[in-house]
Design a protein around this ligand. Structure first.
Ligand code: CO
Length: 154
């Protein structure tokens, strides 16, 4: 495993591009998953999407403190309700802002074994799923932040 360089939203256009679906889960994808997890844990963060490490593939890792969730080609298939809360991003260091998200989502994806899985998330997990899946389409939380709520954080 290896740490990958986290790309910065002002310095790297890769964060604004649409990621391609994974058609074959090969060693490169498995290594990417491992490296993304290591990079996320090193940064003490809850989620990371492949474009954030410069790879335009539809791959996401999330851990909100309940264990690693690895998602390949994730899609939100259900969403309901609304939550309003603070959000930040490893690619947007030093800032935080309020973002409206669904209260609950259901996501379908492949796991590392190529098996179809379904994840239901509420609260923080729903927020993380939406945030990371947005990254796969070149969308940053900055695009959705409630006006006037962006602030500097440590
Ligand atoms: Co992010």
């Amino acid at each position: 495993m290896a740490l990958r360089e986290i790309r910065h939203y002002e310095r790297d256009e890769v964060l604004r591009k649409k990621a391609r679906p994974v058609d074959k889960i090969d060693d490169r994808i498995l290594t990417l998953l491992d490296d993304m997890a290591e990079t996320m844990y090193k940064a003490e963060w809850v989620g990371l999407a492949a474009p954030q490490v410069g790879i335009l593939r539809r791959v996401v890792v999330i851990d909100i403190g309940e264990g690693i969730i690895e998602l390949i080609n994730p899609e939100i298939i259900e969403q309901e309700g609304e939550q309003i809360g603070a959000e930040g991003c490893l690619s947007v260091p030093g800032l935080s802002g309020i973002v409206k998200r669904p209260a609950r989502v259901v996501v379908t994806a492949l796991n590392r074994h190529g098996e179809r899985i379904k994840i239901q998330g509420e609260d923080l997990l729903a927020r993380a799923l939406c945030h990371e899946i947005d990254h796969l389409d070149g969308i940053l939380y900055l695009d959705k932040v409630e006006p006037g709520t962006l602030e500097r954080v440590e």
